[in-house]
Design a protein around this ligand. Structure first.
Ligand code: 4AD
Ligand code: MG
Length: 447
């Protein structure tokens, strides 16, 4: 009895007779040959039917098998450099083929160019295509390596709630829902505030889950539901935070490089750009970044870019600023010390510069921009209360949070990494909607 193989491991079975279970992604003919590109969830394999070798009825069935029909194929594995597939380079000479379901009618995603709206409406089928399959496999590896690094570096996973009584990242992007007799609850924008409680019990913690922002932004970097991992550490300052981030992100990229070669090459990703990702990453202060942007503005001939890059001290960076800054470096770059007014209420002020916060964003290279946001947190209870009042946040909802500074306060820091933006950068794709199985954006909740 031949053994069942997965497409990803086909190279280990050259010369053997094996069974492959999957779906017909594509079918092409060349004279007395029919080529089926079969996907099995683990990759894509070319399977070849040769008229001379097969029963005429079976050959005819194969020659007419509809796209996306489910099949069980028995065949012999051969190495052939010309064979397309993921990973490619191997093919299966078909000995027998059983159809589980022959698709009747036309499959909606015929193999031709489709608009992204059409594909998004068919996301439940689009994920079968090689590019989408590759991206989501890389996403799974990224998530796995995030957990692996944190779990093996002393971080305890402490889950934080999704239904919350108050805002963490500003009140303008909250999804509200009625909550029985308790008034309004909000979908979590971040687990950070709870992480801060958790470090006083566990030292180093992380939470990892879906995060919600009612952002009115229709950009290629914004989803309304995205996944964020948030590590938080007691006895940690801004400099130590950056050291941890660069170790962590380098690990994630290097593991994707090791384990997702076939997927990255299916996406035609420039591997050398990822191979460079190892510590240390450059560090630039907000003030220095403004100077660099001013230089770029002064040098550019492009009036549109000149206008886009206009910025005054105190403003947060927009995408164009981040994009230009990242082009100056081959690695992710830390931009630290943002104006306090541009950032969240909980950030520790810079010593002797109260207008500046001990904040840091990590901008991914090649124009990708912000993938992490973090800071040292205010550790003094009085200052924290003052900031909550200045931001007109509901004091009552934050009583527990202020408590944390009363009972054993220490310098502490943390950051949040957006999974989708990170995956988009690693995959080298333009829009983050393809990095999550079922994207949620202001104009999309289907399917
Ligand atoms: O910079 P943000 O808003 O930081 C926080 O939420 C902090 N409380 C995190 C922390 O310190 N624990 O978000 C962190 C990251 C961003 O850098 C970005 O990668 C991602 O989350 N992100 C989004 N990703 C997709 N769509 C959106 N609308 C996003 N908003 C933020
Ligand atoms: Mg941010």
């Amino acid at each position: 009895m031949p053994s069942m193989v997965r497409a990803a491991e086909i190279a280990e079975h050259v010369g053997e007779e094996v069974i492959l279970k999957g779906w017909v992604y594509n079918r092409t003919h060349k004279g007395k040959l029919v080529f089926l590109l079969i996907r099995d969830g683990y990759g894509f394999v070319q399977c070849v039917a040769f008229e001379r070798d097969l029963d005429p009825e079976l050959f005819d069935t194969i020659a007419h098998i509809p796209q996306e029909s489910s099949v069980v194929i028995t065949g012999q594995v051969r190495a052939d450099g010309r064979a397309p597939g993921i990973p490619g380079g191997y093919e299966l000479g078909i000995i027998s083929l059983e159809i589980i379901q022959s698709v009747a009618g036309d499959y909606p995603i015929a193999l031709k160019e489709h608009g992204v709206d059409f594909l998004s409406d068919h996301r439940h089928l689009w994920i079968r295509m090689p590019s989408q399959w590759a991206i989501l496999r890389i996403r799974a590896t990224v998530i796995s390596s995030i957990r692996e690094w944190l779990d093996s570096n002393g971080f305890t996973l402490v889950d934080t709630p999704i239904l919350t009584p108050a805002a963490c990242e500003g009140t303008t992007t909250l999804f509200a829902t009625e909550y029985f007799d308790e008034g309004t609850a909000y979908l979590a924008q971040s687990g950070q505030l709870y992480n801060e409680a958790n470090i006083f019990a566990f030292g180093k913690v992380y939470c990892f889950g879906p995060t919600f922002r009612a952002e009115k932004s229709k950009t290629r970097r914004h989803l309304t539901e995205f996944w964020m991992v948030e590590p938080e550490m007691a006895f940690c300052d801004l400099e130590q935070l950056m050291e941890i981030e660069e170790q962590f992100i380098s690990h994630v990229v290097q593991r994707a490089l090791r384990e997702c070669r076939a997927e990255l090459s299916a996406l035609e990703r420039d591997i050398s750009a990822l191979e460079r990702i190892e510590p240390p990453f450059p560090r630039v202060s907000y003030d220095e970044a403004l100077e660099k942007l001013a230089e770029i503005r002064a040098q550019t001939e492009d009036p549109e870019l000149k206008e886009l890059l206009e910025i005054a001290w105190g403003d947060d960076f927009g995408s164009p600023h981040e994009t230009e800054l990242t082009k100056l470096f081959q690695k992710p770059v830390f931009v630290y010390g943002y104006p306090a007014a541009a950032k969240a209420f909980y950030m520790e002020p810079w010593p002797d510069r109260p207008d500046v916060s001990k904040s840091v964003d990590l901008l991914a290279p090649e124009g990708y921009g912000e993938i992490t946001g973090g800071s040292e947190r205010i550790s003094d209870p009085e200052l924290l209360l003052q900031r909550i009042r200045e931001h007109q946040l509901p004091e009552d909802s934050f009583r527990w949070y202020i408590d944390l500074r009363r009972y054993g306060s220490v310098p502490h820091s943390g950051f949040g990494l957006g999974v989708e933006r990170t995956v988009a950068w690693i995959c080298g794709i333009d829009h983050i909607r393809e990095t999550i199985p079922y994207p949620r954006m202001i104009n999309r909740v289907y399917p």
